[in-house]
Write a protein that binds this ligand. Sequence first.
Ligand code: ADP
Ligand code: MG
Length: 237
Amino acid sequence: SISSEAYRRRHEVTVSGDEVPPPFMSFDATGFPPELLREVHNAGFSSPTPIQAQSWPIALQSRDIVAIAKTGSGKTLGYLLPGFIHLKRCRNDPRLGPTVLVLSPTRELATQIQDEAVKFGKSSRISCTCLYGGAPKGPQLKDIDRGVDIVVATPGRLNDILEMRRISLNQVSYLVLDEADRMLDMGFEPQIRKIVKEVPARRQTLMYTATWPREVRKIAADLLVNPVQVNIGNVDE
Ligand code: ADP
Ligand code: MG
């Protein structure tokens, strides 16, 4: 086995923040519950990806995170699996509203995130639905009324449903902004800010992005509290 420093060097992991915990270099090191480890094993994964290895221990400390890593690096499970652990600790009656909220730029990406949440969350009895535009609202509203632990949403559609007062975000305590750079490029900043106003300030916020330009830094500074920053590889500004 190798040291945390050697692992970080080998996988181009850089971190900044107060007392950043060492990476989990194996799945066993995570302390995830057996049913979750079984899912990971069934998926055929042999070890955490670098973004998972470094962001899981931070997320499990309930700290805010900015994670900067390129596409295909395993970011989805990077925030979903700690989200499952968060749900185990503080799950509400899902009919009062979701506990975990993931914002994603497109319908396609939101659907992929939901598929991953359903696949890995089923054995932990975690429920998830997806809200996106270009589809009828009826079935989406029905899922909300039935109650789900996790909502994955595009900012436009979630904002529409909020304006209809058909969803409450006052139970959300784990908020993820996935592909933050892309959401800003697509002009979603006003919707994101309106949505976040409906989420209690007492929450954990995780931001995932492939690039780290000024606009993303600005929204991170506004929405996150004392985040730990994790970079994998070279960062495009
Ligand atoms: P990103 O969001 O960073 O673009 P994804 O979360 O979509 O990346 O993951 C890319 C692919 O890697 C997916 O097919 C996912 O199932 C797979 N994957 C995730 N974690 C691991 C792992 N620890 N080992 C192997 N493959 C993984
Ligand atoms: Mg992704």
